[in-house]
Design a binder for this molecule. Structure first.
Ligand code: MSP
Length: 494
């Protein structure tokens, strides 16, 4: 049996509700998973929520809600959003799941036994928002490099993970597996960080009550990152005390998709933890860039914030999925503005694809009888069919915008052909040639409907219905546009 392609998203913190940033990683995972399923590859997509730690404890306390109830509510909101966004995930893990908590405890005890975790005292500079310690040299203007907030000097008894021991094995692994850290332009920074020297990592807290207790020393709770990273194996049935058969079907993971700010956790700490457990490393960790909104960091407090739900309600899910993966190369940073969104919506979707499609389908309904010719042979069709491999490769390399660009170039080729041949005149001037021409167009559109399926599942399905051999629309009736045009300067929500 072919091994399942196992891919994951990060587990999202439940201290606030999801935004387009979270939606982005999850949709990327869904696009790849849909593509692989369509090519008959068994796939397993895991996502979930990261629910422990002082940030969540504090947020819940501020709202006067017990932490577990808070987690239940926000975790639910993530699942609701994934439904709205058409995410076909296979498993949703929560770090408060009993099975996960027990496995984390067992891992901790195992590593205490092997000596990879030991007890000592920690003194360091801590960013509460990252839930991470920084060295003096990592700070920017004396502040956390991610949140630009002051860090705190903290001293406490702590368990440590012997990260330093894995410096050389990690460097060797990076060298022997050049695709492990991707894209390569983001890998350099990680490799240099490891080369500069790794220090052991504090992996327990005595001050955080909302966490998984260390079994042999209940005054300590497990550091959230140590807890959360383990989800990738605990969610697939791993527990060091009883490694299940199921786990072997999934591990090693084929791909961890992460944002660039957590690449280091996934490229350094996580592989070192796996080495300590004697497990194989994932095949690839891919870090994508960050979205700004209207040129600025997304922020609830300044209102510079776009909710995925609102865009979907207004423009439809497929337009949202299309824009986010067409606008920016997956890997690089990008900017989300409704102005840019509307522009692409009207030009790429309403015009290029939508108009082409309704023109052809209306002509087909008017001029062909119920049976469409079966034979796809034509020069354009052959050229189009040859693009399938290229598109597949782009998706498998996570170059989503390249795939969409290839598809939209093909759409524009069809539009040019239609403009030249003027099939609406052909009906009068050269009726013999019309069925052959429409046949060619239908076959090319069928290919396009197949190509866009992972990105725009509903549009693809609706195109396929109309492109089927049966008449989907009765005589004289016009089909509904795939993407109704929207006024360029319309206020949102209208
Ligand atoms: N809980 C940790 C991850 C633990 S994984 C074992 C975490 N959670 S998070 O809620 O902050 O979500 C982080 C992820 O959300 C990022 O890695 C990225 O995938 C996505 N994004 C959050 N904001 C983003 C943008 N502004 N732009 C793009 N993606 C961003 O970190």
């Amino acid at each position: 049996m072919q091994k399942k392609y196992y891919l994951t998203t990060p587990l999202y913190y439940v201290n606030s509700n999801p935004h387009i940033g979270h939606a982005y990683t999850t949709m990327a995972a869904d696009i790849l998973a849909r593509h692989l399923r369509a090519t008959q590859r068994p796939v397993f997509l895991q996502t979930g929520t990261d629910e422990h730690g002082s940030n969540i404890e504090k947020t819940a306390a501020e709202k006067n809600i017990p932490p577990k109830q808070w987690c239940d509510d926000i975790s639910d909101n993530f699942r609701t959003l994934w439904k709205t966004l058409g995410i076909n995930y296979d498993y949703f893990i929560r770090t408060t799941d009993k099975q996960h908590e027990e496995a984390v405890q067992a891992v901790f005890e195992k590593l205490i036994k092997t000596g990879d975790i030991y007890k000592s005292e920690y003194e360091g500079l801590y960013c509460k928002s990252c839930e991470a310690f920084y060295t003096e040299s990592e700070l920017q203007d004396g502040k956390c490099p991610v949140h630009h907030r002051p860090v705190e000097a903290i001293k406490e008894e702590s368990y440590f993970f012997r990260l330093s021991k894995y410096q050389d094995p990690l460097l060797k692994y990076y060298e022997e597996h050049p695709d492990f850290l991707s894209p390569s332009y983001r890998a350099r920074e990680i490799i240099n960080f490891v080369k500069a020297g790794l220090t052991d990592l504090s992996v327990s807290r005595t001050k955080v009550a909302w966490g998984i207790q260390v079994k042999s020393d209940p005054a300590h709770t497990v550091y959230v990152w140590f807890d959360a990273l383990l989800n990738y194996i605990t969610g697939r049935g791993y527990n060091p005390d009883h490694i299940s058969e199921e786990f072997k079907e999934y591990w090693p993971a084929d791909l961890h998709l992460v944002g660039k700010e957590i690449f280091r956790f996934h490229g350094v700490i996580w592989p070192a933890m796996l080495m300590a457990l004697g497990l194989e490393l994932p095949k690839k960790v891919y870090a994508h860039g960050w979205w700004t909104v209207n040129g600025d960091k997304m922020s609830k407090s300044t209102g510079n914030f776009i909710r995925a739900e609102d865009v979907v309600a207004d423009y439809g899910l497929d337009a949202f999925r299309y824009f986010t993966f067409r606008e920016v190369t997956f890997g690089q940073d990008g900017d989300f503005s409704m102005e840019a969104f509307r522009r692409r919506y009207n030009s790429d979707l309403a015009n290029d694809l939508g108009n082409l499609f309704s023109r052809i389908i209306n002509l087909v309904n008017r001029n062909l009888d119920e049976r469409l010719p079966e034979d796809p042979s034509s020069k354009t069709y052959a050229e189009f069919a040859a693009l399938t491999d290229k598109i597949n490769r782009s998706i498998e390399d996570l170059q989503f915008s390249d795939a969409l660009e290839t598809i939209w170039n093909a759409i524009s080729t069809l539009n040019k052909i239609v403009a030249e041949k003027k099939p609406w005149e052909m009906a009068k001037k050269d009726p013999e040639a019309l069925p052959g021409f429409l046949n060619e167009m239908v076959w090319c559109l069928r290919l396009i409907a197949g190509w866009i399926e992972p990105f725009m599942p509903a549009t693809s399905a609706s195109m396929k219905v109309h492109l089927g051999a049966k008449k989907a629309v009765s005589e004289g009736e016009k089909i509904q546009p795939l993407f109704p045009r929207k006024a360029e300067n319309r206020p949102e929500g209208k």
